[in-house]
Design a protein around this ligand. Sequence first.
Ligand SMILES: Cc1cc2nc3c(=O)[nH]c(=O)nc-3n(C[C@H](O)[C@H](O)[C@H](O)COP(=O)(O)O)c2cc1C
Length: 165
Amino acid sequence: MSFIKTDLHSLNFNPFERIDGGCLITAGTIDDFNTMTISWGFTGIMWTKDVFNTVIRPNRYTYEFAKKHDIFTVSFLSGDDAKKTLAYCGSHSGRDVDKCKETGLTPVPIDGGVTFSQASLVFVCKKVYMKEMDIDAISPDCRKYLGSDPVHTEFIGEIIGCYTA
Ligand SMILES: Cc1cc2nc3c(=O)[nH]c(=O)nc-3n(C[C@H](O)[C@H](O)[C@H](O)COP(=O)(O)O)c2cc1C
C-alpha cells in the first residue's frame, strides 16, 4: 500500500462522522509504538496551525508512547475488517497482546511515525501540547462520562502530513 501526500485543506472530510466512527491513534516510531482506538477528538486551527486534538487516559499503554514520542498519527481504516479491528484495539491493551498480530494490521512508517496499510486517510501529527484535563473545569453534564478511569490528558498535534490511500 502506498500513500499519496494530500492537501489537508482540499479533503472532503466530515470530522463529526469520521471521528465518531472510530480511528486509531498510534504513537511512537516504527521500532517503538502502540496503537489504540479513539472516537473522541477534534480537528481545526490553533496557534495558526492545522491541528488534531485527542484525549488519552493515562492508564492506556498508548499514553506512555504519546508522552515520550513527538509524533502520533490518526489513521482512518477502510475495508471489511475495519470495525472488528477498531473494536479489538479499543478493548485490548498493547501491554497484554500484540494488536498487529491479532488483527492483521500491517505497520507502515510515515514521516517518523507509524500508520497501517489498512488506512485510507492518515494525519501525521507533531505533538505541540500535552496537559492533563482539570476535572473541576469540566461541566457536570460532561463529567458523567469520565467513569472510574483517570481523567484524560489532552494532546494537540500539529498536522504535518496528510495522506490518502
Ligand atoms: C470506540 C472506542 C473509542 C475509544 N476512545 C477512547 C478515547 O478517546 N480515549 C481513550 O483514552 N480511550 C479510548 N478508548 C479506549 C481505548 O481504546 C482502550 O482502553 C484500549 O484498549 C487502550 O489500549 P492500550 O492500553 O494498548 O493503549 C476507546 C475505545 C473504543 C472501543
